[in-house]
Design a protein around this ligand. Structure first.
Ligand code: KG4
Ligand code: ZN
Length: 335
């Protein structure tokens, strides 16, 4: 493959990712190595994630270059996720990417992880302006995206658990594995969403989300039913629980559409793979984009997509750049 390409790296949580994307936005490789060692702990253990990234980062970058059929000499720029995320995990990918860039004196771009999620839609040719709902295991937010380089305006975000976390905690209560969002959704397909009523926080005004009460409501319901009845009605519990999460997301999305007058919507994050959520968004009848699952969950192609619209820092000005754990920087501002 000829042409000029960007190499991007993402290691903010438990996926080691590298991608090669053309400056025209064409994806030549998007390699994702998901860590499964955390399953037995029921959540991501930062130190283990970091060590796994260390083992995986070189093979994953090599695999991306091999798949894209490019040598390092064809790379014109390197990008990596700078934050927010687990610092020990971020450091592995960010340092490896900076090192690769410095070794060839290439320009480098640090990318905000959330800017990456909303930039996934750019890869589909779905450009701003749009309203973006990002729902993943780590984040849940609504943002108004007006320019591809950002900054996006955050309209609302979760005050406690993320939507994916709510799915995972519910799945755990129903005896499903971790992360259990997809499994809970499969179980829900055989249940009656009207069998139980779980809180969706409708009385909470504004565009912020809260899922902690929902998880507690499911816990109390399973205690009230007892082990036997809970097991017998698992599909109904899953269906009602899933319906509540989807409705909680949709209430805020509909409100945001109303208040902003937006006519275009993009979905992102792992929860965007959820069937009922996709159907509910489609039912709004607005122009919308939902990237394929590999671009919704954490990946490096979305980091490249964001980087393409951000300034590249020349060598060696980026050597002192550090990662950040929380979104103290404005979303999508040049890192
Ligand atoms: O974007 P993602 O890979 O990022 C994080 O690591 O945060 O999202 C993973 C989340 C998990 O919580 C998982 O349970 C959820 O997305 N998820 C789903 C589905 N597929 C993945 N939740 C509901 N329905 C699904 N089909
Ligand atoms: Zn993410």
């Amino acid at each position: 493959m000829g042409g000029r390409v960007i190499l991007a790296v993402e290691t903010s949580c438990d996926d080691t990712c590298a991608a090669v994307v053309g400056l025209d936005g064409v994806i030549h490789a998007n390699v994702i190595s998901s860590q499964t060692v955390h399953d037995r702990f029921g959540g991501v253990v930062p130190e283990i994630a970091s060590r796994q990234h260390l083992e995986q980062i070189t093979p994953v970058i090599d695999a991306a270059l091999t798949q894209a059929e490019v040598g390092l000499d064809k790379i014109t720029r390197v990008a990596a996720t700078r934050g927010p995320g687990l610092v020990a995990a971020l450091l592995v990918g960010f340092s490896a990417a900076k090192g690769l860039a410095a070794g060839r004196e290439l320009p480098f771009t640090g990318v905000d992880h959330l800017h990456g999620h909303l930039a996934a839609s750019f890869l589909n040719g779905f450009d701003p302006p749009f309203l973006c709902l990002i729902a993943s295991g780590g984040h849940t937010l609504l943002a108004r995206v007006t320019r591809p380089e950002g900054p996006a305006e955050i309209l609302g975000q979760t005050l406690d658990d993320a939507a994916g976390e709510a799915f995972d905690k519910g799945a755990r209560l129903l005896g499903l594995g971790y992360p259990g969002g997809a499994a809970l959704s499969r179980l829900a397909a055989d249940g009656d969403p009207a069998a139980f009523r779980f809180p969706v926080g409708a009385r909470m005004g504004g565009l912020d989300f809260s899922f902690a009460g929902l998880k507690t409501a499911l816990l109390y319901k399973t205690r009230e039913l007892g082990a036997e009845e809970t097991a017998r009605r698992r599909a109904d519990l899953a269906a009602a629980y899933e319906a509540a999460i989807v409705e909680a997301l949709m209430i805020r999305l509909r409100r945001a559409v109303q208040t902003t007058g937006a006519t275009r919507i993009a979905l992102g994050g792992g929860v965007a793979a959820n069937g009922p959520l996709r159907a509910a968004v489609a039912a709004l009848g607005l122009e919308h984009d939902v990237p394929v699952p590999a671009l919704c969950t954490d990946n490096a192609a979305m980091i490249a997509a964001a980087a393409l619209h951000l300034p590249a820092q020349p060598y060696p000005t980026y050597l002192g750049l550090d990662v950040y754990a929380t979104g103290e920087r404005p979303l999508a501002a040049p890192a």
